[in-house]
Write a protein that binds this ligand. Structure first.
Ligand code: ADP
Ligand code: 5GP
Length: 191
């Protein structure tokens, strides 16, 4: 019997909705789930570890990765650049194992273009008010940066219809379970 085809799953959604929190819960409960580590030009937040949360790089290094076709997708977001290293994702899928990317909207659209078979999952807040309070409650950005992220969040919410599945992050454990179910679900049958 043919080995089931490994699937690339993209989790996206507005800043502050809880993507990082839900992915951390998925990893805690299911350490075998492989999650891509992105490169970024932003500064680490307190507690963030290079190579674990992100690869923190300077602009020159990021330019080099783009020039050498090292990124599956990349985007500028709220003044910094973020990208998915291509090699590790390809290795994972070639080995027949599912891969999870946690990226913003422009990146999700690039993946849709380059890998139409990828599954796009949108993490939605229970309400706009809850999103605003989560972003403010995280307390990691200055108020001006929060404002910038909220303005982007409105546009990101409007794009939810472009995704294959919407998961509401009302409860972290429930949303993590739903995501794990999607990661391991077989792809829809072809034509
Ligand atoms: P993102 O990665 O989407 O920017 P985070 O994972 O950093 O968002 O979450 C933003 C804030 O919301 C954090 O303070 C986090 O603890 C909180 N949060 C995440 N999920 C939930 C939830 N289901 N209920 C309440 N608070 C949550
Ligand atoms: P943060 O600065 O809060 O860690 O991330 C800001 C945004 O960048 C989030 O929406 C996050 O999902 C997104 N992001 C993280 N890594 C990548 C990546 O590799 N590519 C893209 N396009 N977005 C990313």
């Amino acid at each position: 019997m043919a080995r089931p085809q490994a699937r690339l799953t993209v989790l996206s959604g507005p800043s502050g909705v809880g993507k990082g929190t839900v992915v951390a819960e998925v990893r805690r409960r299911h350490p075998a789930v492989w999650v891509s580590v992105s490169v970024t030009t932003r500064n680490p937040r307190p507690g963030e570890v290079d190579g674990e949360h992100y690869w923190f790089v300077d602009d020159e290094h990021f330019d080099w990765l783009i020039a050498h076709d090292g990124l599956l997708e990349w985007a500028e977001f709220a003044g910094n650049r973020y990208g998915t290293p291509k090699g590790p994702v390809e290795e994972q899928l070639t080995a027949g194992s599912p891969a999870l990317l946690e990226i913003e909207l422009q990146g999700a659209r690039q993946v849709r273009e380059r890998a139409p078979e990828a599954q796009l999952v949108f993490l939605a807040p229970p309400s706009w008010g809850e999103l605003v309070s989560r972003l403010a409650g995280r307390g990691t950005e200055h108020p001006e940066v929060q404002e910038r992220r909220l303005a982007l969040a409105q546009a990101e919410l409007d794009a939810a219809g472009e995704f294959d599945v919407i998961v509401v992050n009302d409860d972290v454990a429930r949303a993590a379970d739903e995501l794990v179910g999607l990661l391991t679900a077989p792809p829809p049958a072809g034509p």
